[in-house]
Design a binder for this molecule. Structure first.
Ligand code: FES
Length: 162
């Protein structure tokens, strides 16, 4: 573990853009976008070194970064597949078949929840309500939501990602 890991110039430049949106004494406000930026650059997951580097860059305590990274489900603390399938399993989606979708995905892709498929393409996650309950069941992949899902639609989505 290297406590002195430096963020890349590209990450710093993107974080700096966010920092312009906050008063100089409120750098902590940039911790969520900063984590998203470094996570994206690191193939979709965070390491302790990267979180420490974010803390150093924002001049905030490491614990403040760890708290955010461990609280929000969009941050990953171990490697993930190239496509992260976030299946909403909150109540409305559950009542409309999300458990069957999870079972279908884990069987078809031969992978457990939160693990990576052998070809490194997919990780399946159960996530909390995505705020699209009227269109349940819902999956999000990257920045996109897929709604009113059926098993057939899920298969079509998988095929489009391969
Ligand atoms: S319960 Fe799934 S989007 Fe709200």
């Amino acid at each position: 573990m290297s406590a002195s890991l430096e963020l890349s110039a590209a990450s710093k430049a993107k974080i700096d853009e966010w920092l312009t949106k906050f008063p100089p004494d409120r750098k902590r406000s940039a911790v969520m976008p900063a984590l998203s930026i470094v996570q994206e650059e690191n193939n979709g997951y965070l390491t302790e070194d990267l979180m420490d580097a974010v803390a150093n860059y924002l001049s905030i305590p490491k614990i403040a970064v760890y708290e955010v990274a461990t609280f929000y489900s969009m941050y990953e603390l171990k490697p993930v597949g190239r496509h992260k399938l976030g299946v909403c399993t909150s109540i409305t989606c559950m009542l409309r078949g999300s458990d069957e979708i999870v079972d279908h995905l884990t069987n078809k892709l031969d992978v457990d929840i939160n693990e990576v498929t052998k070809d490194n393409k997919f990780t399946i996650k159960k996530v909390e309500c995505l705020g699209a309950c009227r269109h349940a069941p819902v999956i999000h992949i990257g920045n996109r939501y897929y709604e009113n899902l059926s098993i057939d639609k899920v298969d079509d989505i998988l095929a489009s990602l391969e």
